[in-house]
Structure formats: C-alpha cells, structure tokens
Design a protein around this ligand. Structure first.
Ligand SMILES: Cc1cc2nc3c(=O)[nH]c(=O)nc-3n(C[C@H](O)[C@H](O)[C@H](O)COP(=O)(O)O)c2cc1C
Length: 241
C-alpha cells in the first residue's frame, strides 16, 4: 500500500513515514472522551459553556466496493466538525476504485482527514483497543471486507481496526454494498450484527424527494451520523404533521 500510494500520488515522503498527518487540523494535547451518543447530542452545545473542548475520534475505512463516494463524502462532512478527529484507512482495491469511479485524487481525500494510515501498517494506533475512539464506519464495505470482519480475519489495518471496535464494544457501521446477495453474505451480516456491529447498506430512500446523486449519498450518510448522535442537516426528515 505504501508503495501504491507513493507510486501514484507521491503522498508519503518515505516508506518509514506511514502516517500522514494533516497539520492544518493537528491539535495540541486534546482531551479525548468516549461519549454515549445521546450524551453527545444533548451536550454538544453546553460544552461550550464549560469552556472545555471535547474531541472524539472516528475511524473511516474505505474498501474496494463500488460507492467509494460514500467514504469520501463522509470524510468531507466530518471535516465540518472540528471536535471530531478523523482517522482514515483505504484498502488497496479501495484506492483503485476511487480512481476508477470518482474524480477525486487520493491526496485530496487525505487532506480531508486528520490522520491516514497504510492498510498494511498493523502498528498504527487504530489497531489497538487502547487507542480510544468513538467508533468506525466502513464506507463502502466490500463482501471480502465484510467476510474478514465477520470471521476476525484481521490481516490488514482496516479489518483489524473493525475487529477492535467489536471486541471493545464500540460502534461499527458497515455500508455493505453488493447485490444480489448469497447466503454467505447474509450469514456474515448476521454474525456481525450478533457481535454488535451495524449493517447499514447504502439503500436510497425516496420519501425526501432526492434530485441528485449527492442527495442520495447525503441521506445514507445522514443515517450514519444519526447513529453516532451527531446533529446534521444532510436530509429533510419525515415529519408529516
Ligand atoms: C470496479 C469494481 C467494483 C467492485 N465493486 C464491488 C462491490 O460493489 N462489492 C463488492 O463486494 N466487491 C466489489 N468489487 C470486488 C472487490 O474489489 C474485491 O473483492 C476486492 O478483493 C475487495 O478487497 P478489499 O475489501 O480489501 O478492498 C469490485 C471490484 C471492482 C474492480
């Protein structure tokens, strides 16, 4: 992966420097909390009165399924929440599919987040449960990555970080994208659900009258933010009163 990124984008200066830090968003010794989602929503305003800045960490994984726009847009949206520190892992196929189906360059996506790691860097902080995070979203999640997570086959950083979420009982949301499905996919989704993960397929809703692809993407990502208790205006809520 390091080689891949270097070859295509020159993002990393040397193979020893596996972590990309975005200095624009780097912060001085922040305090980190695991926040209960409801608590986060209710108190996001009152924290200002306490004059105490609260940071939470979220991990975004982009695997090699169609729909990499979901992961990219999620990084873009999270950039608008300065209190959330973002950590990104993209799989090797994920990198190629981003190139294939979006106009985005990897360097642009790296610029949207606070930290990016190589998928083969199993020494990265997000591979340890002692590194406190609020949760992880894999968007999109391929059938291969779904299977690896369901079976704890954690031979890369993305699946290891997801496994950590499950073992530490943190939030794990998978935007599993494949169709049609065979029983193996369904059983893997069941396994992950039983272990506490959330399967959130990027299935569009039409009750909010989407006009653009962006509307469809925003709706799914709004559902993701809802699960973390993060307030947003990504879609118009159903409220016929
Ligand atoms: C253009 C393209 C689109 C793909 N779309 C999907 C998809 O939507 N869902 C899926 O499960 N696999 C899809 N695949 C296959 C995965 O990329 C492949 O299984 C890969 O090994 C996944 O690896 P990863 O999960 O480590 O990224 C696609 C492959 C290509 C080349």
């Amino acid at each position: 992966m390091t080689r891949l990124l270097e070859r295509f984008y020159g993002c990393l200066k040397s193979s020893n420097v596996k972590k990309h830090e975005n200095p624009e968003y780097r912060r001085q010794e922040p305090e980190y909390f695991i926040l209960n989602s409801d608590f986060w929503l209710l108190n996001s305003v009152s924290f200002g009165f306490l004059h105490k800045e609260v940071y939470v960490r979220l991990i975004v994984g982009i695997s090699g399924a169609s729909g990499s726009i979901y992961g990219i847009r999620l990084c873009e949206i999270l950039r608008g929440y300065p209190e959330i520190e973002t950590h990104l892992v993209i799989t090797e196929t994920g990198v190629k599919i981003i190139e294939e189906e979006t106009p985005h360059r990897i360097a642009q996506i790296i610029d949207m987040v606070n930290y990016t790691y190589e998928n083969d860097d199993l020494f990265a902080p997000v591979s340890s449960g002692s590194f406190i995070t609020e949760g992880m979203v894999v968007a999109p999640c391929s059938a291969k990555t779904l299977s690896a997570i369901a079976n704890s086959y954690t031979d890369n950083l993305l699946t290891r970080a997801a496994d950590v979420m499950l073992k530490e009982r943190r939030k794990l949301i998978l935007l599993f994208r494949e169709t049609p499905l065979h029983l193996g996919h369904i059983e893997n989704m069941k396994k992950i659900t039983e272990m506490g993960g959330i399967i959130l397929p990027p299935v569009p809703a039409f009750y909010c009258n989407p006009k653009t692809i962006d509307d469809l993407v925003n709706h799914t990502l709004g559902k993701v933010l809802d699960l973390f208790g993060i307030s947003h205006n990504l879609f118009k809520r159903w409220d016929r009163r």
